[in-house]
Design a protein around this ligand. Structure first.
Ligand code: PLP
Length: 402
């Protein structure tokens, strides 16, 4: 039942507001234009040894050099993959396979993306032992638990730079220092939500050996990503096939994708600081209004140490799925849980790890801001949220009225 107030709000807005940038971003015009020639007239295979191949190879290597420069890496330290999921799989499984002669213990956290989490679970079935570190109520990895977990046979630590659901930023530099006290241990960072948004310079993050990133999170195309592999880091290939990407990743490279990713990353780096300030202000405005104007609401994730564009709320007595659908009917696109798990009815493992009860975890709503988001969008979203939350609570048998 859509009540009068909701239809009034809908009339006011009558437009679509996209607030799901953590799931994916639109392809920016400059990246699209840079890709165009490689979707048309320049079509050689970069491995071919003729003029068509050389032309494609030149574009691929220029893209690699550009990405390396932005990330403070060496050109040969960047591998192209099909996206964040593959980069995470390659880093975790590839490092585990390469190092298994030295040990079979891996450390990760309880709030990793399924691309890391499920790879670790699969490795457990193959004879590896995995420690899943707890996090505090804000989602920060427990560093004492990390120190205690490191063992002689630990070969890999994999911790994300920033969480995709609750936006919490992890102390990657500190974690790196702790890991490198045991110098044989590799340190992988899933930086899929961080690259393009935060400073992830690898000449500063000197203890990071492997770092995953994905173009569609910073206004590049979907279906292309990368893995930074610090010089000297051993990594087994997880695909069998050709010897592309120095034998680490079989398969003909996606030249257009690589070119688009390089262009998008270059522009993201140029705009990063200013955009982070703008988004943080909008985010804080949203958080203040929601917490101040909607009773029984809470913010999930760290209040300050969070991605500039992320706000994740829980509303008591409400189902997140219903909230997403009602908001969507009003033209506002948010999410509950991560994009990949939103089809599942289980509450998010991240929200449970920060200590939320099942009911509270079920009532979560994630709003992720981006380049096109305006203050008006935020104010419209708050008004819509207020009415939808009230409407759902009025219908809920769990919500005590009176
Ligand atoms: N890691 C994190 C933290 C993510 O947020 C995502 C996607 O949402 C991934 C990995 C997977 O990236 P992709 O969608 O490029 O496969």
């Amino acid at each position: 039942m859509v009540n009068f107030w909701i239809s009034e709000v809908y009339d006011i807005m009558n437009k679509r507001i996209y607030l799901d940038h953590a799931a994916t971003t639109y392809l920016r015009q400059e990246a699209f234009s840079a890709m165009m020639p490689y979707l048309g007239e320049i079509y050689g295979n970069p491995s071919s040894i003729h003029a068509f191949g050389f032309e494609a190879r030149r574009a691929l290597e220029a893209a690699r050099a550009q990405i390396a420069e932005v990330l403070g890496a060496k050109t040969e330290e960047i591998l192209f993959t099909s996206g964040g999921t593959e980069s995470d799989n390659l880093a975790v499984r590839g490092a585990a396979q390469a190092k298994k002669g030295k040990g079979r213990h891996i450390i990760t956290s309880q709030i990793e993306h399924p691309a890391v989490m499920k790879t670790c679970r699969a490795l457990e079935k193959e004879g590896f032992e995995v420690t899943y570190l707890p996090v505090d109520q804000d989602g920060i990895v427990n560093l004492e638990a990390l120190k205690a977990a490191l063992r002689e046979d630990t070969i890999l630590v994999s911790i994300m730079a920033a969480n995709n659901e609750i936006g919490t930023i992890e102390p990657i530099e500190e974690i790196g220092r702790i890991v490198k006290e045991k110098s044989k241990v590799y340190f992988h960072v899933d930086a899929v939500q961080a690259v393009g948004v935060m400073d992830m310079s690898l000449d500063r993050l000197i203890d990071v050996d492997l770092m995953s990133f994905s173009a569609h999170k910073f206004y590049g195309p979907a279906g292309i990503g990368g893995l930074f592999v610090r010089k000297g880091t051993r990594l087994s290939s997880i695909l069998t096939g050709g010897s592309q990407e120095k034998g680490k990743r079989a398969g003909t490279e996606n030249v257009a994708g690589a070119v688009g990713m390089a262009e998008a990353l270059k522009l993201a780096a140029q705009e990063r600081e200013e955009e982070a300030v703008r988004l943080s202000e909008l985010r804080d405005h949203l958080i203040e209004r929601v917490l101040g104007e909607i009773p029984d609401s809470r913010l999930n994730g760290h209040r300050q140490k969070r991605l500039p564009g992320n706000a994740n709320f829980s509303f008591d007595y409400i189902e997140g799925e219903s909230l997403v659908m009602r908001m969507s009917a009003l033209g506002i696109a948010g999410s509950t849980g991560s994009a990949c798990s939103s089809a599942s009815l289980n509450p998010s493992h991240v929200l449970l790890a920060i200590g939320l009860k099942h009911e509270t975890a079920h009532g979560s709503y994630r709003v992720t801001l981006g380049k096109a988001t305006t203050r008006q969008d935020i104010d419209d979203t708050v008004e819509a949220l207020k009415s939808v939350v009230k409407e759902l609570r009025d219908m809920s048998p769990l919500c005590q009225k009176g």
